[in-house]
Design a protein around this ligand. Structure first.
Ligand code: ADP
Ligand code: MG
Length: 396
């Protein structure tokens, strides 16, 4: 990675096009989490302090190239304005005369938010004409949206080739932490991979086994591995058609010297209701109607011991059905252990993924981790070793 940093850019009196991710979660017309808006604040503050003219662009939801009024970014302008304590102008289009007119009115240190990029089909198509129309608004380009960097869209990829391009502060922080966790980590390194399905994480698992000392597999996906090895998994979620792929991943891990930890004991229940009657069993004691919903205590201790041996931990995917207590216990105990070690400086602990970040946040542990990425798809693709187009386009 050979990035220039935003600090190197001369931004005074310049028009700076800043790609942010303001695709915030909304329920019944209300924004339920403004974390993504807050993530853009360091870059906005930096540019304003240095008297740049800030032009923010983002997608929101999936209007699929149409102007959909309920998917307007306009409600974000007053929210941002409150957070930065300064006015935020809004323009009803992100390209063309309306956008250009609004940009012309900017003075040094001003902030302008443009309408949803995805109202134009050229955004997702990475249409060169649309990228040129975006580039025509500005002198410099900054990408501060790591969570959108796995997509080669006009605002994340195309435009980066048309203007001097820089990573924003949040993007930079994210890339530095990810590099430290998996690019050139302090060893031994352990990965915890859980979640529901193997099918969404085959590339990720294959990439990890080539880089790690330990791979602890939990969650629903562990059932697929245990089934593949000939164990009975009862009524558990398992992707039986992926048995062969699972065995290949295990073979590869062994050939590459990565020790794989799979649950040997588990928590099972017949229904997934909060507080449903459950029992702890050895793997093969499962009854036909029972489902594996969490790690058992022996498996848990094994994971904690492997974490104790490790200098770096990277985590994606809950280790059980963490949304429904008591099946959150395994995920929470591992999270508390990792958080305490990270807090005391004994472990570099990085986690990411939508549900993983939610689980750590709900447990109040996110701040003790070295870094928690809220990016979903981009984090997974990065863990799978893929080049993110939005990051590659910044490479100078
Ligand atoms: P992330 O969003 O962090 O990438 P995933 O979406 O891959 O994580 O996985 C989260 C989901 O996995 C949760 O909804 C959780 O309930 C589910 N899950 C975890 N363990 C199991 C299990 N044993 N059986 C069924 N689902 C599980
Ligand atoms: Mg998820």
């Amino acid at each position: 990675m050979g990035f220039r940093t935003l600090g190197d850019a001369d931004v005074a009196s310049k028009r700076i096009l800043v790609r942010v991710d303001f695709n915030v979660p909304v329920e019944a017309g209300r924004i339920v989490d403004d974390a993504r808006v807050k993530a853009a604040l360091p870059t906005i503050a930096d540019l304003r302090k240095r008297r740049g003219r800030v032009i923010l662009i983002s997608h929101f939801d999936r209007p699929e190239g149409q102007r959909v009024p309920s998917m307007s970014l306009r409600p974000l302008a007053p929210i941002l304005s409150q957070l930065i304590g300064a006015p935020v102008a809004f323009a009803e289009d992100c390209i063309g005369p309306i956008a250009l007119g609004a940009v012309d009115k900017l003075r040094d240190g001003d902030v302008l938010l443009l309408e949803n990029l995805r109202f134009h089909p050229g955004e997702e198509a990475n249409d060169p004409a649309f990228a040129r129309a975006l580039a025509a608004l500005a002198d410099l380009y900054v990408n501060d949206a790591f969570s959108a960097a796995h997509r080669a869209h006009a605002s994340t990829e195309g435009v980066a080739h048309l203007l001097p391009a820089y990573p924003g502060r949040s993007m930079q922080t994210e890339l530095e932490h990810l590099e430290r966790a998996l690019g050139s980590p302090k060893r031994p390194v352990i990965a915890l991979v859980g979640g529901a399905k193997v099918s969404t994480k085959i590339d990720l698992l294959n990439n990890l086994v080539g880089k790690l000392d330990y791979l602890a597999i939990g969650g629903g996906m562990a059932n697929t591995f245990r089934f593949a090895q000939g164990h009975d998994v009862g009524a558990s979620l398992a992707e039986k058609e992926l048995a062969e792929i699972a065995l290949k991943i295990l073979d590869r891990a062994q050939a590459l010297g990565c020790r794989v930890l799979l649950p040997t004991d588990v928590v099972v229940a017949e229904t997934l209701d909060p507080g449903a009657p459950s029992r702890v069993i050895e793997l093969d004691q499962i009854r036909p109607q029972e489902r594996i919903l969490d790690l058992g205590p022996v498996s848990l201790r094994q994971i904690l011991a492997a974490i104790n041996e490790s200098a770096t931990l990277i985590w994606n995917g809950p280790l059980g059905v963490f949304e429904v207590p008591p099946f959150d216990a395994g995920t929470l105990q591992v999270a508390r252990h990792a958080a305490a070690l990270a807090k005391s400086g004994k472990l570099i602990a990085v986690a990411g993924g939508g549900d993983t970040a939610a689980a750590l946040g709900a447990a109040g542990l996110a701040d003790d981790f070295s870094f928690v990425s809220t990016a979903g798809g981009a984090f997974l693709e990065w863990m799978a070793g893929k080049t993110l187009p939005g990051v590659a386009a910044l490479d100078s």
